[in-house]
Write a protein that binds this ligand. Structure first.
Ligand code: AMP
Ligand code: ZN
Length: 113
């Protein structure tokens, strides 16, 4: 998508603090971290949100979930981590390119919302 912030980050048109990349996904540090470690992982292909996951693109999602433990390991999240994806207005999604937040490096609240 031409006017999508995360498409531009994945393409290198907007700078980011890269954590991991391969042919399908890109991961980078959140600009406004909500935990000691806060990484975002996105598909290179534009998918709007979790609501747009389907049989055509779910292999990319499976790949994202294979990469997440690698990132958690490389970030030293030995004591656990949280994976979140905000989808739509009720969940306060602010960037409309599917992303999974990987949060950790400290004890987090037992409340998710
Ligand atoms: P969400 O509110 O779930 O859509 O998450 C969007 C996330 O993107 C927020 O945590 C923002 O801090 C983060 N974000 C926005 N712009 C950038 C950027 N240029 N680089 C890194 N993270 C960003
Ligand atoms: Zn996009």
């Amino acid at each position: 998508m031409s006017d999508c912030l995360f498409c531009k980050i994945a393409e290198g048109q907007i700078p980011s603090n890269k954590v991991y990349e391969d042919e399908l996904v890109y991961a980078f540090r959140d600009i406004n971290p909500q935990a000691k470690t806060h990484v975002l992982i996105i598909p290179r292909k534009h998918i709007g949100s979790c609501a747009e996951i389907n049989g055509e693109n779910s292999k990319i999602i499976a790949h994202i979930f294979e990469v997440i433990p690698k990132i958690a390991k490389s970030e030293g999240l030995v004591n656990g981590f949280r994976v979140i994806s905000n989808c739509g207005p009720d969940a306060c999604q602010s960037v409309h390119h599917l992303h999974f937040h990987i949060l950790g490096g400290e004890q987090m609240s037992d409340k998710m919302a």
